[in-house]
Design a protein around this ligand. Sequence first.
Ligand code: ZN
Length: 117
Amino acid sequence: MNPQLMLLLEIQDLHLQRAALLEEPGLTQMEAADFHIDPEAAAAALKERIEDLKSQLAPPVRQRCERGLPSLGRMLVPVIGGVCYGCFVSIPTARSEEMNQELRACENCGRFIYVLP
Ligand SMILES: [Zn+2]
């Protein structure tokens, strides 16, 4: 798999984790009580890690990532059976191993895609 694609997967995962921490106060309180963590400190640690990963992205990818993350929620989506799971439009795909060698975006919704066999 393309290394930039792997970075994006990790960034998106941490981003969603951080959003969940900040947006679900009930869950946060429960987690804080159960695991003795400070949700704000945890969110800050995630942000730091996200910034670190972003610095490893190629500049155009990073730019797109910074524009896309807040507005799209998920900026990287799977393509299953030739269908983009960001916008549910079918897109032509070659073999998944070949497709994932390069970082690609859906021409319809602009999200980065990775192809599942
Ligand atoms: Zn799409």
